[in-house]
Design a protein around this ligand. Structure first.
Ligand SMILES: [Zn+2]
Length: 399
């Protein structure tokens, strides 16, 4: 079943050496994991001299011999005291503990396999780590980008979308990983620079332009995550109690819809993402799906596992036919550039599309902004407040 996160305070570890050498002006930014990763890459490169020639040699072998040779090379790294100590320290840094999708054992193996990788390992993270390793000299520019971020600006945007109050600025823990976005937990924000920022760039030479990423792009994502932290105690009260999973499930998706809708207002969609999130065919699809599945839950005609499975699919797999359909309707002659952008844009998932659609409609009405803030403490008013903003019956939600 779905569990909400429990907020508690973690000690923020700040890597002092990183601040001194990289000239980071803001101590709320924790770059421990970036510093350690770059040090690990350099150490692995130093301990595997001439690895480019070795790779050429290996490429000439048959596949069985290749595998044997690569296994030996990766094994050498995993027995090197300095490399394993660095990997251990990296994996113990707070941001690695924040991200639930990281399997420590798999990640240890992938890091130890650098700079060769292993035959047959086509895992996404393995390939990303190889790519990052090969561009390691360019990655130092990221510190300059991160240091140019105006954290106070992100705080002020997030505060506009939270009830009035004194909020402590969350710490920001940066990571270069590949399968995580930005994520708020325990009064801190974990931020995967690879996934959130780097994959949004298509130009092949963008590794040379890491210091030209607009700080506003990072600030907007931070504002979204800060809003989650500020609104958490209002939207997820500890006293919330339900006697059935059905009521809990319905309450959860409602709160999630409000939560992501309001947070998205801090970083409103633009470009292709906006087009997808505001496409009425997609919006209507999710309105009908919400009605259908919540109806099944209320009538006790679906199991908790199936309802959870629907929610999980609605975040990604169920969006793929929606994307295909949108492409066919919008670009009947085909458009490869847009198709390429499709690979990297946010998927139009149920919670995010309906959250943004409903909250932006409510906010646009007279006095709507106050109503949006009220929804953070009274999320059960969402559907009524939203229905009052649309006249087309197909765009209303019958719940
Ligand atoms: Zn969010």
């Amino acid at each position: 079943m779905i569990r909400k996160t429990v907020i508690c305070c973690l000690t923020i570890v700040f890597f002092a050496a990183a601040a001194a050498t990289q000239n980071l002006p803001d101590q709320r930014s924790d770059v421990t994991a970036l510093t350690l990763l770059l040090r690990l890459y350099d150490t692995i490169a130093a301990k595997n001299p001439g690895y480019d020639d070795t790779l050429k040699e290996i490429a000439a072998l048959d596949s069985q011999k290749q595998e044997a040779r690569l296994t030996v090379l990766a094994g050498r790294n995993s027995h090197d005291v300095q490399i394993t100590a660095l990997i251990d320290t990296l994996m113990a840094s707070p941001v690695y503990k924040m991200f639930r999708r990281i399997d420590p054992e798999v990640h240890r193996r992938l890091l130890a396999a650098l700079p060769y990788g292993t035959i047959g390992d086509t895992s996404e993270i393995g390939q990303i780590q190889l790519e990052l390793f090969r561009h390691r000299k360019s990655l130092a520019a990221l510190f300059k980008t991160v240091s140019a971020v105006n954290i106070d600006q992100a705080v002020s945007v997030a505060k506009r979308w939270a009830p009035p109050g004194d909020y402590r600025t969350p710490s920001i823990r940066y990571i270069l990983y590949g399968s995580n976005d930005a994520y708020a937990r325990d009064s801190a924000v974990g931020f995967d620079l690879y996934r959130v920022i780097m994959t949004k760039r298509l130009a092949p030479d963008w590794y040379n332009k890491l210091d030209s990423i607009p700080p506003a792009e990072i600030e907007a994502v931070l504002a979204h995550e800060f809003q989650h932290v500020f609104a958490h105690s209002f939207l997820w009260p500890m006293t919330n109690y339900f006697d059935t999973w059905q009521k809990q499930w319905e309450d959860f998706i409602l709160r999630q819809t409000v939560s992501e809708g309001v947070a998205t207002a801090c970083d409103p969609p633009s470009g292709l993402k906006k087009a997808l999130f505001e496409d009425t065919v997609i919006v209507e699809f999710w309105l009908r799906e919400f009605e259908r599945v919540v109806g099944l839950v209320r009538r006790d005609q679906i199991t908790g596992d199936s309802a959870d499975a629907w929610l999980a699919r609605s975040a990604f797999y169920a969006t793929l036919p929606l994307l295909d359909d949108y492409m066919k309707r919008t670009y009947p002659a085909g458009n490869p550039r847009v198709a390429a952008e499709m690979q990297i844009t946010d998927h139009p998932s149920s919670i995010y599309v309906l959250g943004w659609w409903m909250i932006s409609h409510i906010d646009a009405t007279p006095g709507g902004h106050d109503l949006v803030i009220e929804l953070l403490t009274e999320p059960h008013k969402l559907f009524d407040l939203y229905n009052a903003t649309v006249t087309d019956p197909k765009l209303k939600i019958a719940l």
